[in-house]
Ligand binder design. Structure first.
Ligand SMILES: *Cc1c(COP(=O)(O)O)cnc(C)c1O
Length: 369
């Protein structure tokens, strides 16, 4: 049996007619940039998500940058984020001129360890950027309390957490603004690069839009210099065609994760993910910790199973951050887990049999060893 890490083709085939006609309509109407197709997607995403505003942008990285620029974060400022994430979280902080300040991960939930944040706050700190990694929401109540106490912005990186919840509130709805990626492999994925910002602050929403559209809300009236970061018509059409299915797809991910965890519970060489109490983990990634990882990866590969590592190097260990001169002991948990984490295949269209094939192969590996 072949089990790919994700299978975007399978999802396309399941809604082929909707996607084909949506793309075709954009081409027929030559609505390549802007227009109703884009504003309709923004409205339906905001509505379904429960946010007042959705501003579409070119990708999830831009959305983080735009949020921080329009909050006047820049040179001399510091933004606190997590040591294990995709580099977008920290590189956008640097792009504004501010300094990324990394925090170790929580040993159980793998997201930012909220207990370690307060010690890093100083007079230059402007914001906290929690990343709801894997689809698991951070301990947002404690993070919001800290932000209130020290008057900081909270910018939520929701690139991996579409429709995740903590205590009945969706990821992205507590902070001043949240960033989403619609990269093809994300839980809601376009057929190219795409992203958006959500916020309930109407004044900020206008600023985000203005900055992303060359500093002009009205064509040729540039109030400031901005950037060019737009969602194109074809991507908006694909996303609109997928949106009616997203909650059902999300449920499937949760189901698949449950099956994985049930099947792997008895395997002592594998540590299964722990879902934060009172939360909906939407499993963009199903991440286990394993012994003897490299050989297990090879064994699974020989059996037709693709896996991945998110991420093989935590951010402070990347060459790009050598200048911060961190030691492994600055992030003991993230450094230790970096050697053990393994992402197993997960996507809505996979079958129970495929999951069992993966879990049986893992168990077989440890028996043979
Ligand atoms: C994917 C991702 C991003 C960036 O999204 P792009 O659309 O690829 O620019 C940012 N943060 C995290 C945690 C991500 O996983």
């Amino acid at each position: 049996m072949k089990v790919p890490f994700v299978d975007l083709k399978e999802q396309y085939m399941s809604i082929k007619n909707e996607i084909d006609s949506a793309i075709n309509e954009v081409i027929q109407n030559t609505n390549f940039i802007g227009g109703e197709i884009v504003s309709e997607f923004e409205k339906s995403f905001a509505n379904l998500y429960g946010a007042k505003h959705c501003i579409s942008v070119a990708n999830g990285t831009d959305s983080l940058y735009i949020i921080m620029k329009m909050l006047n974060i820049g040179s001399g400022d510091e933004v606190i984020t997590v040591a294990n994430s995709w580099i977008s979280s920290s590189e956008t902080i640097s792009q504004t001129g501010a300094k990324p300040v990394f925090v170790d991960i929580d040993p159980i939930y793998y997201s930012i360890n909220e207990e370690l944040i307060e010690a890093l706050i100083n007079k230059n700190t402007k914001a906290i950027m929690p990343v709801h990694l894997h689809g698991q929401v951070c301990e947002m109540e404690k993070i919001m309390q800290l932000a209130e106490k020290y008057n900081l912005y909270v910018i939520e990186d929701c690139a991996q957490s579409h429709f995740s919840e903590y205590k009945g509130i969706r990821a992205g709805l507590r902070g001043i603004a949240a960033s989403f990626s619609f990269y093809p492999g994300k839980n809601l994925g376009a057929y190219g690069d795409a992203g958006c910002i959500i916020t309930n602050d109407s004044e900020l929403a206008d600023k985000f839009k203005m900055f992303a559209r060359h500093g002009a809300l009205k064509k040729h009236f540039h109030k400031i210099e901005g950037i060019n970061s737009r969602l194109d018509g074809i991507q908006a059409a694909v996303l609109s065609a997928k949106l009616p299915h997203i909650l059902k797809w999300t449920e499937k991910r949760v189901d698949h994760a449950k099956t994985y965890s049930e099947e792997l519970a008895s395997e002592s060489n594998v540590i299964i993910p722990t879902v934060r109490p009172d939360s909906l983990h939407t499993f963009h990634l199903y991440v286990v910790r394993v012994k003897d990882r490299e050989r297990l990866i090879q064994y699974l590969k020989q059996n037709g199973i693709e896996t991945a590592i998110h991420y093989p190097n935590i951010l402070p260990n990347l060459e790009a951050y050598n200048y911060l001169k961190h030691k492994p002991s600055d992030f003991p948990v993230a450094n230790a887990y970096q050697q053990e984490i393994l992402s197993l295949p997960i996507y809505p269209e996979m079958t129970r049999d495929m999951i069992k094939f993966v879990t049986n192969s893992i168990k077989e590996y440890y028996k043979l060893k």
